[in-house]
Design a protein around this ligand. Sequence first.
Ligand SMILES: Cc1ncc(COP(=O)(O)O)c(C=O)c1O
Length: 322
Amino acid sequence: MSVAGEWCFFKGQFMPFVDAKVSVMTHALNYGTGCFEGIRAYWNRGHEELYVLKAKAHFERMHRSCRVLRIDLPFSVEELTRITIELVRRNGYREDVYIRPLAFKSREMIGVRLHDIEDGFCIFTAPMGNYIPIDDGIKCGVSSWRRMDDNMITPSAKVTGLYVNSALAKTEAIENGYDEAIMLTQAGNVSEGSAENIFLVQGDTLVTPAKGENILVGITRNAVMELAQQELGLPTVERNVGRSELYNSDEVFLCGTGAQISPVTEIDHRKVGTGAVGPVTRQLQDVYFRAVRGEDPTRPHWVHAVYGGASAATHAVAEASH
Ligand SMILES: Cc1ncc(COP(=O)(O)O)c(C=O)c1O
């Protein structure tokens, strides 16, 4: 069970988490009319420092999600970044943390719509280890639940109600003995996991479903493409991916803020490649975990140091204008 940090940010101020309450009649609770982000902060024991990962990209995406839901988010990306750093600092973590900003239709009312309803916003935090296993390889099953289409609830926005689609797929997968679900589009192409993007390694190339394939365009997905190209010399092709390619690739892995980089060694009872974690996935994990823990000298802009005092705030402004 996740235990939230002592402090959260709600109604425009820092307050004890136990005091941050909403009514059971809240619009978002009844109709799924909220949107959120999931951000990680990584503890680096050697540095005695906590690093918030890619805050700018997350809050830019949150602004885009809010636009879809007609939610007025009254803080800029720079302000949200500063609030997040201050919140995590107040909670005093010395371990890996998950940060959850949530914007939502806050009125207590009955009636389905988006317009003319006031909005609420909060950020809370909780310690978080691995969301799914990352060491030995996981087993996935292709879901009987199809990914939501762009003109139903757009998966490009991180809408709370959309996660019913993910939850249906995840529970089905677990109850069928898998670790995670892989969802297809209405057309039958590979889309993504329940909370992760998917990559296939085919020879010297990475392949991932294109943006039009009803994916959430993941921040980790972008990070993986950058690392693969710049550190491993491997290009990524974004295109439609057929189901049978899941069974015939050298390696497959899932990625996301929660999932990090999680090797997939079995899909629908078929071994992926040799059935062991592949070398490309391992190398990507190595460079990814170095960067997220603030140990990649070429990527200081990926992270914000929480306990770095004045320098953290300066960095926040620097990255926000990066
Ligand atoms: C449905 C879905 N796809 C992909 C991702 C990966 O996105 P990101 O790397 O930005 O966390 C997530 C995780 O948030 C997700 O929920």
